[in-house]
Design a protein around this ligand. Structure first.
Ligand code: C2O
Ligand code: CU
Ligand code: CU
Length: 574
């Protein structure tokens, strides 16, 4: 063990007792909020909760082509006020909107989308040319939209290398052959995804089916998309993107850094907004679209974040890939970057009250070894004010009935693949980038799952932070999370699990495409590879990590050719 490793190891030992800490998550117990006063901040002085929550508009198709609805979406630079006391902010948005307009589509009804890069040739942020595919002659401005959570052919997936420059466009096909779900689209250009996402390139994609539409869930004015992000802005309204190292020191100007946390909460493109609601049920479709911030959400009736919290229980009815087997009552909900939660909140009986959507997740998450107060904790995100009268003749909405969500059986898995996440440090203990299995994105493909098979994938976290792990193409299920013997791993490279696997909490037991991998743990998922053969990617969804180079390809192969592909991962024992 060299001294750096030993230091990390000691820190980990001191900081963890993972079983204890993690079971707190499972039990939904609140972690103490960081102390607001400690934060060093350059946030402009603005008032909270004075701007109404913007609601993204629904996107209309441009017509039909060969029987398929056809959409056209331009990416443009534009200006918008993120807060009424701030000047205009220059942003990038789909159709000039931030968040982008909402796709409203039906299962079984495919659509085609022409994505047009109408952006200028200068990027809003400096490009770190040392990163993957970022050196000239590669243009500074390039985009590739990805429909997160969708089962599409590889050509339409939005792989990081399939970027296109301004004045170019692509037509992608979305079959919509999967469960009704809260999907979202965002930019995925290799090496600059974090910058393009931060500039504003993200939007919702609601996939619905007859079954769900027949459930009498809150709809129309009572179904509210909530895109949660964090941004820093300066007094002139410019977006500020200044990443940092673990110890909080800023990375050199324009250079990549392993983490970024904005100082202000932005919901649907507005800083500290409010929404006036009626005393009745609402459906909230919540997305964590932050670059790297986790949110541990709760609904608080207390007047200020320092008052004793008074929590409103809400129900999670769906996860990334569709409805849960039954609504799950929650008081806290942890969402890593890219995770979605379909919620029903009942404001009945709360006439005249204000419910603050609050957050107590630390940044970085879970931050056991990071000094507290390095980053603004964003204790409050937005307010719901129960000030509207119940609209006359309003029908009442239902909770979804129990549905069958079949649980995958680990015995179905035809093989197990292990992936080790590491943080490469310089001599000062600063991250040079995090990798999966020590490999860069461009190293030869090692994973060739067979179309139609189920595999068990195990992600082994040797770093100090949690990583939201995401696979393209698929919806998977979490089998379990389990601690392991870190010392044995470090000294002998052997994986010994601690023998206390924890199944997912009920609100994580449905279909997922992104799942949180805690430090000191192994996350095991069961993945059915359905739909298409071809190249896809899996990666950490902290955009800073994905850009440098915590992302790897996999290639789904047809059953008869499967034997011809080499593969490194052998079924492993533990
Ligand atoms: Cu949300 Cu690879 O993407
Ligand atoms: Cu994705
Ligand atoms: Cu990560």
């Amino acid at each position: 063990m060299d001294s750096k490793n030993r230091r990390d190891f000691l820190k980990l030992c001191l900081a963890s007792a993972p079983a204890l800490v993690f079971s707190r998550r499972a039990a939904g117990i609140t972690e103490p909020a960081a102390l607001a006063g400690q934060t060093v901040s350059t946030v402009p002085a603005i008032s909270r909760f004075i701007d109404p929550l913007p609601l993204p508009r629904r996107l209309k198709p441009h017509g039909k082509r060969r029987g398929t609805s056809f959409y056209r979406v331009r990416m443009v630079e534009f200006e918008k006020r993120l807060h009424s006391q701030l000047p205009l902010t220059r942003l990038w948005g789909y159709e000039g909107e931030y968040p982008g307009p909402v796709f409203e589509v039906r299962c079984g009804a495919p659509i085609d989308v022409e994505w047009i890069n109408h952006l200028p040739s200068h990027h809003l942020f400096p490009i770190d040319q040392r990163l993957h595919a970022c050196a000239p002659p590669t243009p500074a401005v390039r985009v590739v939209p990805h429909l997160h959570g969708a089962r599409t052919d590889s050509r339409s997936d939005g792989l990081p290398e399939n970027w296109f420059a301004p004045s170019h466009s692509v037509v992608y096909h979305y079959p919509n052959q999967q469960n009704a779900a809260t999907l979202w689209y965002h930019d995925h250009a290799g090496g600059i995804e974090r910058l393009n996402l931060y500039a504003g390139l993200a939007g919702f994609y609601f996939l619905r089916d007859e079954h769900e539409l027949g459930m009498n869930l809150p709809s129309d004015d009572y179904e509210i998309p909530l895109m949660l992000q964090d941004r820093s802005v300066d007094v002139s309204g410019h977006l500020v993107y200044q990443p940092t190292f673990d110890d909080g020191t800023p990375s050199p100007s324009g250079a990549w850094g392993p983490q970024f946390f904005g100082e202000l909460p932005v919901v649907n493109g507005a800083i500290y907004p409010f929404l006036e609601v009626e005393p009745r049920r609402y459906r909230l479709r919540v997305l964590n679209a932050a670059n790297g911030r986790f949110f541990n959400l709760f609904m608080n009736l207390a007047k200020t974040p320092t008052d004793i919290p008074s929590l409103v229980t809400f129900h999670q009815i769906g996860s990334d890939g569709g409805l849960l087997a039954a609504p799950v009552p929650l008081q806290h909900l942890l969402l890593g970057p890219a995770e979605r939660a379909d919620l029903v909140v009942d404001f009945t009986g709360l006439e005249g009250r204000t419910v603050t959507l609050s957050n107590n997740a630390r940044s970085p998450y879970p931050g056991w070894s990071t000094p507290q107060g390095l980053y603004a904790p964003l204790l409050e995100l937005m307010q719901f004010r129960v000030t509207r009268p119940l609209s006359p003749g309003a029908r009442s909405f239902s909770m979804p009935p129990p549905i069958l969500v079949p649980r995958l059986d680990p015995a179905q898995a035809v093989r197990t693949r292990d992936f080790v996440l590491t943080d490469n440090m310089d001599s000062k203990g600063r991250s040079l980038g995090m990798l999966i299995d020590g490999k860069m994105y461009d190293a030869p493909t090692t994973e060739f799952p067979v179309l139609g098979s189920v595999e068990k994938w195990r992600f082994i976290n040797t770093t100090e932070d949690a990583h939201p792990m995401h696979l393209h193409l698929v919806q998977f299920q979490i089998l379990e999370r389990e601690g392991y013997d870190y010392a044995l791993w470090l000294l002998h490279g052997r994986l010994r699990l601690n023998g206390q696997p924890r199944p997912p909490a009920p609100n994580e037991a449905g279909w997922k495409d992104t799942a949180i991998l805690n430090p000191g743990e192994v996350l095991t998922i069961l993945v059915p590879f359905l739909g298409f053969t071809g190249k896809y990617v899996y990666h950490c969804h902290i955009a800073e990590h994905a850009d440098n180079d915590m992302m790897r390809p996999f290639v789904v192969v047809a059953p008869r050719t499967a034997g011809e592909h080499p593969s490194r991962s052998e079924p492993s024992s533990s």
